[in-house]
Design a protein. Structure first.
Length: 77
């Protein structure tokens, strides 16, 4: 693996806004590649386990909005 620094790429000379754009472009490319990659057997098994658990226990979940409000309330204390 080749080690490349921000300096080598000239990224350190970019403005903050430009560096953010570069970071977002890199992240978008990583997400695209990850989404295209096949799941490993253990990942598929875990997803299947979680799906089966959610179907078997539909009342064991909470809406995201409720969880978010609770978390934000705790942070503000």
């Amino acid at each position: 693996m080749v080690s490349v620094s921000l300096h080598d790429l000239g990224i350190d000379r970019l403005s903050i806004e430009e560096r953010i754009q570069v970071a977002e472009a890199i992240w978008d490319s990583v997400i695209h590649d990850v989404e295209a990659a096949p799941l490993r057997d253990w990942q598929r098994a875990e997803l299947e386990r979680r799906l089966a658990d959610s179907v078997a226990n539909p009342d064991a979940v909470r809406p995201w909005g409720d969880v978010e409000v609770e978390a934000l309330t705790r942070v503000k204390r």
